[in-house]
Design a protein around this ligand. Structure first.
Ligand code: HEM
Length: 504
């Protein structure tokens, strides 16, 4: 009996020693840090699914902001860095890129097990990332983006018709803008990439949207546990034989791409769009069907959720700020719409107030709130005042853009929606981007690949809705807004419910 007890206690003690062996990592190196709490480290609420991880990061940020440029913290037992200074963050994303070119997501997927998802540039590493990014970048030329616009316009008509029809059926109807904006982006991206009609406004369970969701959601508890374990111990990925993505959804997109290519090859259209780019690529580099599908899925997964959240938050902020809504409507009617009621593409992109509204909403509700980089080559970060801190190979650095965007040192009344802060007199959004305090699309060589497409589809949707409808916030919206607990993207708990009434 005593022997068993002693054995158990010894094993527990050894496990504790092993588990906590790195808890003095920062102390011994003279790096500012927050003490680890056994066993969960410094992000306990996120790990226990009690609140979104951005709030745990923000607690650390608030404790050290203005005092340190970076701080060490612990994710369970692993020491990591949180970057507080926008200047150092910018350096990591740009000038120090050669030492920080990958992110932690790359540990989750392998080309053997997730052949489509693992080929997304967001997930790829090193040389492979460089090659794939270079391969797909020309898909976003100005002429291709312009060629997509008529397809987006067709979806805009369906979008407004859907809201009008719903309103006619029930004058008291309220809309969760997250839901309807997601329908819009799924239709717009499917049309631009797969030349397919996703039927998002015609059906309550549109297949393409459902399959897209399946591709990025966890499918079952075992897969979730696998995800947590791989996040904590990346080296064990090779021992798990269960794919991280839903195979039915993956095959669905491979087939969809095959059909789209066949259709275009048998019925060529003289249009310089994404599909023509992919078909040229297939001929030039003889890339496989899976690689083609991977490019399509990259656009789909990275382009639908992020953009729909961006549109939904802009509509929410405008519904909550009637003055801004009126000001934007005037700009749209005076400058962006021609005499035939059509959107003037270049005016939409150049209009000042629309641009200010766009960036102010992305500042407050950036779809991706934290940027992760893994150090691939030991680097010393010079934090000024003689403070130089070494980041060792394999360590993670995290840039809490959500907290930087709301820091009162960079923004007066940071929690308020004030598009005028990005007035050209203050240098416009560019001045804030240059200082590293406004980075909703990231920065450096890994900056959002679809940024220009996103700007077009988000602005087009906002223009169309604001010119056709008057909006206010419905009390069903839970306020203050809280970021959903279990999402990686900045989606709000309970949805964003608006009253939307046709103007004419
Ligand atoms: C408002 C909408 C969008 C926002 C706010 C956004 C934001 C971002 C951010 C912040 C990153 C970089 C993350 C990091 O540095 O770790 C990123 C990467 C990426 N985005 Fe977007 N994105 C949007 C829309 C899109 C669209 C429409 C597409 C495609 C059509 C797209 C494709 C990508 C890809 C492929 C990457 C990975 C780039 C790389 O690692 O080389 N995004 N996005």
């Amino acid at each position: 009996m005593w022997t068993v007890l002693i054995l158990i206690l010894s094993a527990a003690y050894l496990f504790y020693k092993w588990y906590t062996q790195k808890y003095d990592y920062f102390e011994t190196r003279g790096i500012p840090y927050i003490k680890a709490k056994f066993p969960l480290g410094n992000l306990p609420n996120a790990i226990l699914f009690m609140r979104n991880f951005l709030y745990d990061f923000d607690d650390i940020y608030q404790q050290f902001r203005g005092k340190e440029s970076l701080v060490g913290y612990f994710e369970t037992r692993s020491p990591q860095f949180l970057i507080l200074s926008p200047d150092i963050a910018k350096k990591i994303l740009t000038t120090h890129f050669a030492s920080f070119h990958d992110n932690e997501f790359s540990n989750l997927f392998t080309v053997e097990m997730e052949p489509v998802m693992a080929r997304n540039p967001f997930i790829l590493k090193g040389q492979e990332w460089k090659e794939k990014r270079a391969e797909i970048t020309p898909a976003f030329t100005s002429s291709r983006l312009r060629a997509c616009f008529p397809l987006i316009e067709e979806v805009l008509i369906k979008f407004t018709k859907y809201i009008r029809d719903e309103f006619e059926k029930d004058n008291n109807k309220i809309f969760d803008v997250r839901n309807i904006c997601h329908r819009f982006t799924v239709d717009a991206v499917s049309s631009c990439i797969f030349n397919a009609d996703a039927q998002s406004f015609a059906s309550e369970k549109p297949e393409i949207a459902e399959m897209g969701r399946k591709l990025v959601e966890f499918h079952g508890i075992i897969q979730f546990i696998q995800f947590m374990l791989i996040s904590m111990f990346p080296n064990i990925r090779k021992y798990f034989k269960m794919p991280m993505v839903d195979k039915v959804a993956e095959n669905f997109f491979i087939n969809l791409m095959q059909q789209a290519v066949e259709l275009r090859e048998t019925n060529p259209i003289p249009r310089e769009d994404f599909m023509s780019f992919l078909i040229e690529l297939k001929k030039k580099k003889s890339i496989s069907e899976i690689e083609m599908a991977a490019h399509g899925v990259t656009f789909f997964t990275d382009g639908t959720e992020t953009s729909s959240l961006a549109i939904a938050h802009i509509l929410y902020e405008l519904a909550d700020n009637k003055k801004a809504q009126g000001k934007l409507r005037k700009e749209i009617n005076d400058k962006i719409i021609d005499e035939n009621g059509k959107i003037i593409f270049d005016k939409m992109l150049d209009s000042e107030y629309l641009n200010q509204v766009f960036y102010e909403s992305l500042r407050l509700h950036e779809p991706i709130g934290i940027y992760n980089r893994q150090c691939n080559e030991e680097t010393v970060l010079d934090c000024g005042n003689g403070k130089r801190y070494k980041v060792e190979k394999g360590m993670s650095v995290n840039i809490p853009i959500h907290s930087i965007h709301r820091d009162p040192d960079y923004y007066l009344n940071p929690n308020e929606f004030i598009p005028e802060r990005f007035d050209p007199e203050n240098g416009g959004p560019k001045a804030f981007e240059d200082r590293g305090v406004l980075l909703p699309f990231g920065d450096g060589p890994r900056i959002c690949l679809g940024r220009r497409f996103a700007v077009i589809q988000v602005k087009a949707a906002v223009v169309e809705i604001i010119r056709n409808f008057e909006m206010s916030v419905n009390e069903k919206t839970q306020r203050p807004l809280i970021i959903d607990t279990s999402t990686f993207l900045n989606a709000k708990k309970g949805g964003l419910w608006l009253n939307i009434q046709p103007i004419v």
